[in-house]
Design a protein. Structure first.
Length: 295
């Protein structure tokens, strides 16, 4: 979909849906989408996921802001949400795309706030034997292997590996990275604090005006911040967070729809179920059955 002459996709390139395992991770071979598009993936962005492109073999040109950056495997590229990127593949590629849900990652690392910077870096990192980049690369391979397998404890292992990967990305020496973009401005600081307040509130009932008051800014300024950083309204960001929480609750236990809705601050379970259906595309019961089938 297009927004302000930019192209956004909620799924991978050309798709507006993605099936994150446990709402967290999705893995897909890198190069297939390019071959379907004559090796030319036009610049686009995603406002719901952080992506890692793992190039095992081959060469591609990364397109950003009229720049053309040659990437030769083995290497990996990290792309934050809302960041335009495209590719022109120069050879046949062998690699993987790791997509991580930004909402779930932020929830995972809420006690280690500085680690979240790892998913705000747009960078290319060559994989060098014996250096720290190789350790990060090994964790990526473990994530890919676990995603594609059916081992006992798969979901728990994926959560562990993703957490480990985010920490390792944060610890990467700057000397080993080609940083293309590092978002760090006042809007981002306010946005981070806003999302932190959402996680802390534990209730959907809290109003935009109350959040703005906590931040000591106006609700209009908060709207401008959210639209600038996430291309969403504050209410959409709040809704996304609580629907992610709902999906995690439905995945982990046997709580009823009513129990989950009340825990999240929705007074009417029927309204909650309608909102869930409209946003997720499935009723809560349909979503739960789908998760059980996959597991």
């Amino acid at each position: 979909m297009a927004a302000n002459n930019r192209i956004f996709f909620n799924g991978l390139y050309g798709s507006d849906c993605i099936e994150f395992v446990k709402g967290l991770i999705y893995v897909y071979p890198f190069g297939i989408i390019g071959r379907k598009n004559n090796n030319n993936v036009k610049p686009h962005a995603h406002n719901n996921q952080f992506q890692i492109f793992v190039v095992l073999e081959g060469e591609t040109h990364l397109l950003y802001n009229k720049e053309v950056i040659s990437v030769q495997g083995p290497a990996f590229i990290t792309v934050p949400k809302n960041t335009d990127h495209g590719f022109e593949h120069r050879t046949n590629l062998n690699g993987w795309i790791i997509s991580l849900s930004d909402n779930v990652i932020e929830h995972m690392v809420k006690r280690e706030a500085e680690v979240i910077e790892a998913i705000e870096l747009f960078q290319v990192t060559p994989i060098v034997t014996g250096e720290y980049s190789e350790e990060v690369f090994k964790t990526m391979l473990y994530c890919i292997e676990e995603f594609n397998a059916t081992h006992t404890g798969r979901l728990l292992m994926l959560e562990h590996l993703v957490g480990r990967l985010i920490v390792q990305l944060k610890r990467l020496p700057q000397s080993s990275q080609h940083r293309i973009l590092f978002v760090n401005n006042s809007f981002l600081i306010y946005y981070r604090r806003f999302t932190q307040l959402i996680r802390e509130s534990c209730s959907y009932k809290k109003t935009i005006e109350e959040y703005a008051a906590d931040l000591k800014i106006t609700s209009g300024h908060l709207s401008r911040i959210c639209n600038s950083v996430a291309f969403k309204s504050p209410r959409e960001i709040i809704m996304d967070f609580y629907l992610t929480q709902a999906q995690l609750s439905f995945s982990d236990g046997e709580k009823s729809i009513a129990d989950v809705s009340y825990e999240l601050g929705f007074d009417d379970p029927s309204y909650f179920a309608r909102v869930f259906k409209r946003k997720i595309g499935l009723t809560p019961n349909e979503f739960r059955k789908k998760i059980r089938t996959k597991d």
